[in-house]
Design a binder for this molecule. Structure first.
Ligand SMILES: *[C@@H]1O[C@H](CO)[C@@H](O)[C@H](O)[C@H]1NC(C)=O
Ligand SMILES: *[C@@H]1O[C@H](CO)[C@@H](O)[C@H](O)[C@H]1NC(C)=O
Ligand SMILES: *[C@@H]1O[C@H](CO)[C@@H](O)[C@H](O)[C@H]1NC(C)=O
Length: 438
């Protein structure tokens, strides 16, 4: 009974792949694709207690997701080989069994690539067709592996609904916030499920005074405050959200700089946050922040949210940015350098800098005001719940690539007419640079 329940639960976690991806053809020379399939197939063969090993026939689909962990979702077809499992051989040492007697199969696997070249199988299901008739063998699930899931999955939606409510209940903003965009979601099977979701939020025009909760009338404001949150939720076996933690970075909207009502010379103008003009003002801002902050570690600028410049007697910059604590202590470092890395558990400051640069007088006047707005939401971890990351990560847009086209395995049995392996290729090299052909 228990096993059945578990299998049922697991099947709900079968990787639902992100819907949006770029399509591109499989590059059959891509070593990673071979390693992914090799890892998956070895794992499959190792789990089979009896019978023959299966040998790769061809790879039919590859979807690569980077956000930021790299996952490959692959579909590949296999044929029964002529060497038994537990024979000390790998599938690459086996030949295909004669076609009439050989079982065939199709496998779907999700494989995580970590730390340069380590591949590990997160989920795998293989459907094996014996030489005489179709049979389905139970799949293999890696319990406890973190894996990306579709941001549209029902439990993710539920966690997000809860998260927005939690945010609105626990912040003192005058207006309700609504969900803007879901950036990514991951789940992990424990005794229950852990979800990690990252999303952005935006202030709406519904004041908390008038609205207890969000209604369809609440529209997000174009120039309102925004934020990015990473939450961890644990859904227990009774299907309840049993624990929840939230970490949000909030970015001030227009309350910090009012856009010029009309074009006017000398009025502050919005400038791009990556403008080269900001380089010097930002340098002055962070130097000033580090001089005035009496913490033991240097801060560095993490993200610039908005900036304006204004022609005065010289040029005046107003810059809103997030600064994060680094691992460089003031005691052992003379100054902040480019090699100082962010301390993931360190303090996060939301700052507004006012910098007046007067080039002809060679003067720079800098004022920086910071508050730890991002910190207010760093809630205590519920017992027994270890979040994967504490600090909201900022990554560029998720990159997902789907590969189409087949790659057939031609590793061992060189067909008549196929060129032999080059002489200088060692057997070991052959194992990693396989012969997958289109
Ligand atoms: C093990 O391999 C045999 C064929 O050699 C196959 O029929 C069987 O389904 C495999 N078992 C599992 C659990 O995959
Ligand atoms: C938010 O507050 C309302 C009203 O007090 C409560 O019913 C609801 O459960 C709260 N939601 C969360 C997620 O804390
Ligand atoms: C919010 O804005 C929308 C669209 O402009 C409007 O229909 C709605 O009535 C506004 N809600 C409130 C509470 O002002």
């Amino acid at each position: 009974m228990k096993l059945i329940a578990l299998l049922f639960l697991c099947s709900r976690l079968l990787p639902t792949l992100p819907q949006k991806y770029n399509s591109q053809e499989i590059d059959c020379n891509d070593e990673d694709i071979f390693k992914v399939v090799d890892t998956a197939l070895k794992t499959y063969n190792e789990r089979n207690q009896s019978g023959n090993q299966f040998v790769l026939y061809r790879v039919t689909e590859v979807i690569k997701t980077e956000n930021p962990d790299i996952f490959y979702a692959v579909k590949y077809e296999i044929k029964e080989g002529d060497c038994p499992v537990k024979s000390g051989k790998t599938w690459q040492d086996c030949d295909y069994k004669d076609a009439e007697e050989a079982a065939t199969g199709e496998c779907t696997a999700t494989v995580k690539k970590s730390e340069k070249t380590k591949f590990s199988v997160a989920t795998q299901t293989c459907q094996i067709t014996p030489a005489d008739g179709p049979v389905v063998t139970p799949g293999y699930e890696c319990l406890g592996c973190e894996q990306p899931i579709s941001t549209a999955s029902p439990n993710v939606e539920r966690v997000l609904r809860y998260a927005i409510e939690h945010f609105n209940n626990n912040t003192d903003s005058s207006h309700l916030f609504s969900l803007k965009e879901v950036k990514r979601a991951q789940s992990q099977v424990v005794s229950g499920w852990k979800y990690e979701v990252t999303y952005t939020i935006a202030q709406t025009n519904c004041s908390k005074e008038k609205f207890l909760f969000l209604t369809p009338d609440c529209m997000s404001l174009l120039n309102g405050d925004t934020g990015e949150c990473t939450d961890n939720a644990y859904i227990d076996l009774q299907d309840r959200i049993a624990s929840f933690s939230q970490q949000c970075d909030l970015y001030p909207g227009d309350d910090f700089v009012l856009p010029p009502p009309m074009v006017c010379i000398g009025c502050p103008r919005e400038i791009p946050v990556d403008s080269p003009d900001l380089e010097e003002p930002l340098k002055h801002s962070i130097t000033k922040l580090n001089a005035e902050n009496n913490g033991n570690f240097y801060f560095k600028i993490d993200t610039v949210h908005r900036a304006t410049s204004q022609i005065v007697a010289g040029r005046r910059f107003s810059i809103a940015f997030t600064a994060k604590e680094t691992t460089c202590s003031k005691e052992s470092n003379k100054e902040l350098t480019a090699s100082c890395e962010t301390n993931k558990l360190g303090e996060v400051l939301q700052c507004i800098a006012d910098v007046v640069v007067v080039p002809w007088m060679n003067t720079v006047d800098t004022t920086v005001n910071c508050g730890s707005r991002g910190k207010i939401l760093r809630l205590a971890r519920p017992p027994g719940f270890s979040p994967f990351r504490l600090v909201a990560r900022k990554t560029t847009k998720e990159g997902t690539t789907k590969h189409l086209k087949l790659c057939e395995y031609k590793g061992r049995r060189l067909e008549a007419g196929a060129e032999p392996a080059p002489e200088n290729e060692s057997p070991n090299q052959r194992a990693v640079s396989p012969r997958l052909i289109q």
